[in-house]
Design a protein around this ligand. Structure first.
Ligand SMILES: Cc1cc2nc3c(=O)[nH]c(=O)nc-3n(C[C@H](O)[C@H](O)[C@H](O)COP(=O)(O)OP(=O)(O)OC[C@H]3O[C@@H](n4cnc5c(N)ncnc54)[C@H](O)[C@@H]3O)c2cc1C
Ligand code: SF4
Length: 330
């Protein structure tokens, strides 16, 4: 056992000051990812600053008609909250598709966004892994890579980002609020996570000591439908092979707003901007969905074990669009 200090932060200022003061201190939220990493020897901070008592646990309407979700709101509370179920159904579905009831009762909004990859080599500290130990190599590139990325990967890392919630928030155009001893800033959810490039040890654009305080979701125009579909190996308690979050509005038989994100395909939630461009202004049709998906996925590069993800992503996207446009037409 490697010793570490534990501190329960009482206010946000003292939490960010404590982490700023010690380069080996980290924030602790539900602990469902971080504590596993301590046990596996993936990380060894010398201080854990527990943020779960901070007054960041509210789900509130914003003046613009959107929703502000505090960083310490538990995943189960967020999935069950009436405004999320009624106005942002994709987010509730995404949360309920993740982990198990017990884990969702502990896991928080901030921690879920910042959970790390489930690449098995990252979790096994005896193997080379550029994300865990920069410069050691990537065991997955020519190893077992069925669950790995087909979009935006590099030779340094082919890991996927595991969060279902983040995929829904990316399609919903969420904005992350962060705070540190240097002040506050906002980051679109779509820009929070990084592609691996040559620095796969950096999962996000956050700087050391930055605390996520909330996520804002903008209001959705009347008549907007949202969905989340996750394809996995078991009916529950499994990470996505492929997932799709969709936000769609049809007006007079024409798609006038569409926002789509894939999970399970890349190192970050993957906004399907090519599909969006092709569908905006189009009449819903199977052939249009398929051509748009194929245009997006023409950039996909399969590894030895994961070529199946490309047609799976195309078909899952097609099914989600078919369901949503049918619902919108009723
Ligand atoms: C068996 C199992 C199955 C799972 N299945 C799924 C699944 O299907 N889908 C899915 O999406 N997830 C799944 N998860 C992951 C789970 O959702 C995450 O572990 C959880 O969301 C992490 O939240 P937490 O609050 O426990 O974070 P913690 O473990 O406390 O923290 C995670 C990271 O975030 C940092 N952090 C936490 N809060 C903040 C903050 N406010 N600001 C800055 N940094 C912060 C911590 O320092 C740490 O680095 C699974 C987990 C397990 C163990
Ligand atoms: S894919 Fe990324 S996380 Fe997995 S072994 Fe390679 S470098 Fe490590």
């Amino acid at each position: 056992m490697i010793p570490f200090e534990y501190r329960r932060a009482e206010d946000t200022d003292s939490a960010v000051t404590a982490v700023a003061a010690d380069p080996r201190a980290v924030f602790l939220a539900g602990g469902t990812n971080l504590v596993d990493h301590l046990k596996l020897g993936i990380t060894a901070p010398d201080e854990l600053v527990d943020v779960t008592d901070l007054p960041l646990d509210a789900i509130e309407d914003t003046p613009e008609g959107g929703l502000r979700i505090g960083a310490t709101v538990r995943n189960s509370d967020l999935a069950a909250s009436p405004p999320v179920r009624e106005r942002y159904r994709a987010l509730s579905l995404a949360l309920l598709s993740g982990a198990s009831g017990q884990l969702r009762n502990r896991a928080t909004t901030g921690g879920n966004l910042l959970q790390r990859t489930r690449c098995p080599y990252f979790q096994e500290i005896t193997t080379p892994c550029n994300k865990r130990s920069p410069g050691t190599g990537c065991s997955a590139l020519h190893g077992h890579n069925k669950n790995h990325a087909v979009l935006g990967a590099s030779d340094s890392c082919v890991a996927t980002h595991p969060s279902d919630m983040a995929v829904a928030m990316a399609a919903l155009d969420g904005t992350v609020h962060v705070r540190s001893d240097r002040g506050e800033r906002t980051i679109p959810v779509t820009e929070l996570h990084r592609l691996p490039g040559e620095q796969p040890h950096r999962d996000t654009v956050l700087e050391r000591g930055e605390l996520i305080t909330a996520v804002d979701l903008p209001p959705l125009p009347t008549g907007t439908y949202t969905a989340y579909r996750k394809v996995r190996e078991r009916a529950s308690y499994a990470f996505a092979l492929v997932s799709v979050a969709a936000v769609l509005r049809v007006d007079n038989g024409v798609i006038d707003d569409v926002r789509l994100a894939f999970g399970g395909l890349a190192h970050k939630p993957w906004r399907a901007e090519t599909v969006e461009e092709r569908l905006r202004g189009a009449t819903p049709a199977e052939s249009t969905f398929r051509e748009a998906a194929e245009a997006e996925l023409s950039a996909a590069r399969a590894l030895a074990d994961n070529a199946f993800k490309i047609p799976l992503a195309r078909n899952t996207l097609g099914a989600v669009l078919r369901d949503l446009t049918t619902e919108a037409a009723r």
